[in-house]
Design a protein around this ligand. Structure first.
Ligand code: PLP
Length: 399
């Protein structure tokens, strides 16, 4: 299992042993595909984030996994929330989250969503364009705005540039516009790209923000918020920086930041991704033009949407046959529903076998649809002992 972070003494992610996953699958009773979640890992990841980024307040990006049990655990730990839509905000409100502790980070929002969020108590919202600022102004001049700026997403497995984020020159224009009219522009945000494996992106983002903060101050605005967005990665098949390394880079880059500026982050994937395994089964196998194909009961439309952008997952099974390259596809009739090419898998895999996908807790169930009539994967919580015993596991395996 590629669980080593590469830094001596640090294990990332905390291991949820495959043995527990196999045992759960073997019990039967839960239709595949499903997520098996060890919710204690979510708690451990919150601790990791707080240790690495002291003084940075986490706002969970619930789009990664909006399961109520995840929300409730995070709420109990004092984590705040970031939403992209009114539906997400209403889910949080139903879980007893105070909307005043929620930020609305979608830079382009329907007018009705701005109005409803404001009425519910959300005070702080993202913008990245003058048109959106005008829309917000139609609801209330008291809404506090933070400006999403463009930054490098190089080396991020799921880049988030282009669609949102103002360039430095556009940001300058927005700052001038807000200063001239006395609008409540209170801060800046950026996103380094999801599953960001390049430390430089955090440095570049913070450097850009420092530049724009200077401009805000020159223009008489008093910045009070830096939102670093998400992007903190989890272990899949490619090397990642650890949270400790990211924390070190961020702390260094933040040196000199005005102490009056509150720093927050919006982790999504990092908090939930490695808390879950996807348990799936082989639907069938085939040989086409001399190549082996494996069809799973999970596909791009039922949870593995990120594979459409070549996002790679590890696949494990109970077979021990010789490894052979296989094309792995989902169950639907759509030819886009091909998950992996040339995946090295045991040649003796056959219909009915379990396949286990580690670190599948983020952007899987959240993306799933019932396309072609295939059911949505559910999420089952694994009953396990608490954090104390996990701490021991980490220490003994890390060395
Ligand atoms: C505005 C915003 N914040 C936070 C996130 C969460 O990012 P991640 O899951 O990479 O931490 C996203 C992801 O799309 C986002 O769009």
């Amino acid at each position: 299992m590629p669980y080593s972070s590469g830094i001596a003494g640090v294990y990332e992610p905390p291991p949820l042993p495959i043995g527990a996953v196999r045992a759960h699958a073997a019990q039967g009773g839960t239709p595949t595909p499903y997520l098996l979640c060890d919710i204690d890992i979510v708690e451990l990841k919150v601790q990791r984030l707080r240790d690495a980024l002291p003084g940075v307040t986490p706002y969970y990006a619930m789009k990664a996994n909006p399961d109520v049990r995840v929300i409730e655990r995070l709420k109990s730990l004092g984590v705040h929330f970031e939403v992209a839509s009114i539906h997400e905000l209403e889910m949080l409100a139903n879980c007893g989250v105070d909307p005043r502790e929620v930020i609305f980070s979608n830079p382009i929002k329907p007018l009705e969503a701005i109005r409803r969020a404001w009425e519910m108590g959300v005070t702080t919202m993202a913008v990245d364009d003058l048109d959106e600022i005008a829309k917000i102004g139609r609801v209330s001049g008291d809404i506090r705005m933070y400006l999403r700026m463009e930054t490098s997403n190089t080396g991020s497995d799921w880049p988030l540039t282009g669609k949102f984020g103002s360039s430095i020159s556009e940001a300058m224009e927005i700052i001038d516009h807000c200063a001239d009219r006395g609008l409540k522009l209170i801060g800046l945000t950026f996103h380094v790209g999801s599953q960001c494996r390049n430390l430089d992106n955090w440095h570049t983002g913070i450097e850009g923000a420092q530049l724009l903060f200077s401009r805000m101050r020159e223009r008489g605005l008093a910045p009070s918020l830096l939102n670093m967005g998400g992007g903190f990665p989890i272990q899949h098949t490619r090397p990642i920086p650890t949270m400790a390394e990211i924390g070190h880079t961020v702390q260094k880059s933040l040196a000199g930041l005005d102490p009056g500026i509150q720093v927050i982050a919006e982790p999504g994937r990092y908090l939930v991704g490695d808390s879950c395994w996807m348990v799936t089964r082989v639907v069938g196998t085939a040989t086409r033009k001399g190549r082996r194909w494996l069809y799973l009961d999970i596909g791009a439309f039922t949870g593995l949407a990120e594979t459409l952008e070549k996002f790679d997952y590890e696949l494990l099974s109970d077979r021990e046959g010789r490894l052979t390259p296989m094309t792995v596809a989902g169950p639907s009739c759509d030819t886009a529903d091909v998950l992996f090419e040339e995946k090295m898998l045991p040649e003796d895999l056959e219909a009915g076998d379990f396949v286990y996908i580690p670190n599948a807790g983020a952007y899987t169930t959240a993306y799933a649809s019932t396309f072609n009539g295939f059911p949505l994967p559910g999420m089952v919580l694994l009953e396990r002992s608490g954090l104390a015993s996990r701490g021991k596991v980490e220490q003994t395996t890390a060395g």
